[in-house]
Design a protein around this ligand. Sequence first.
Ligand SMILES: [Zn+2]
Length: 246
Amino acid sequence: MERTGRTLLYFKRYLTTKSQPFTTKCQTLNIATLGSTNFSTEISTNHNHCWKCGIVKNSLDMFCEKCHSIQAPMQKNNYFKVLGVEEGFNVDTKLLKDKFRKVQSLIHPDKFSNRTHEEQTISEEYSSLINKAYSSLMSPMKRAEHLLLLQGGETIGESQTVDEPDFLMQIMRLNEEVEDAEQDIDKLKQLDEQNKNELEKLAKEIDKYFKNRDIDAAKKSIIKLKYFTSISNRINSIFREAGVTN
Ligand SMILES: [Zn+2]
């Protein structure tokens, strides 16, 4: 009775507190806010023309083929296109890193310090977009949310959960075990392994669902991924505080 009461209390606290950062992440992925800068419309109202020399562009290149001036990013809402990697949940993180470094080296604001104000502004906008795209795609959770938005037009709302009592019970137990094992590093390592297995299983599921365009199933698995990611963050923070490298 004692334990059940504590579990429910914990779970309630878990739902209300742990879901907060998640919602914030979702909000940053909203399409409306992704394109929040109105810079492009200030420079040029027509993306098909170079803002500087006015030629009709034949490609989505970062630089105008005629005057070689930097062009405002065209694919702001799709982080995969921003970085030039194939859209999907399974990404090659090494390739992602390579692409990021390559694009960042071309458009870094330092390279434009002696250029016009317009070019400086575009390079800053591009650079911050590249950083945001890269950090989002490197995180499985953020990558999954981004795909959900791109392919299903959906975000995961505050306190959104899955209607699966067994799953919720599993999460409650795992949270409770982590709480009980705060001083027991070996036990925590074991729980960490267990949690990582769940994350891997879900990653495979999410990849499969996106490939099959089964958005509802993908969404459900992403919500589950959220819970295990949260547990993983909690374990990692205990490890950090204890000075343990895992
Ligand atoms: Zn041009």
